[in-house]
Design a protein around this ligand. Sequence first.
Ligand SMILES: Nc1ncnc2c1ncn2[C@@H]1O[C@H](COP(=O)(O)OP(=O)(O)OP(=O)(O)O)[C@@H](O)[C@H]1O
Ligand SMILES: [Mg+2]
Length: 144
Amino acid sequence: MPQTFLCDTPEATRSRARELARTLASPVVIALYGDLGAGKTLFTQALARALDITGPVTSPTFTLINEYDLPGGGKFFHVDVYRLHDAVPEAMALGLEDLFDEGIVVIEWADRIRPLLPDERIDVYFEHAGEDRRQITIQDHRPA
Ligand SMILES: Nc1ncnc2c1ncn2[C@@H]1O[C@H](COP(=O)(O)OP(=O)(O)OP(=O)(O)O)[C@@H](O)[C@H]1O
Ligand SMILES: [Mg+2]
């Protein structure tokens, strides 16, 4: 069952990310969907903080993939496929799928590479619901 949350402030969105972070075990893929400015990067930054990544977590729009070490071992990958032109073949050529077993992988604009996404993943949908309000829907496809 998808769960929907209305987040009235950026902090409410961060709080939702922290809740999700508590459930994460590597490897896992978290697919983010939503328009420009919907909150995907903000959510990812809060996830990274909650996982005790301390340095700056910046948007990988131009770098495509940012990689961070998790303090307890393992990796956190922040991926943004917005800039890819022909996203599926380009992501394949970059070896994106190889990451899926290698850590916690968060993907912005995941709808652009939908055929590559593993079935067992977490989908997070962001919708504008007012200037500072976002509706966030989380659908967890991990096995129970
Ligand atoms: N309730 C809210 N939740 C999340 N972000 C909010 C909220 N209210 C306002 N904002 C603002 O919306 C912006 C979200 O930007 P963010 O970079 O996270 O979007 P994005 O989905 O990653 O966009 P892009 O597709 O360009 O990468 C931030 O400036 C943030 O402060
Ligand atoms: Mg972003």
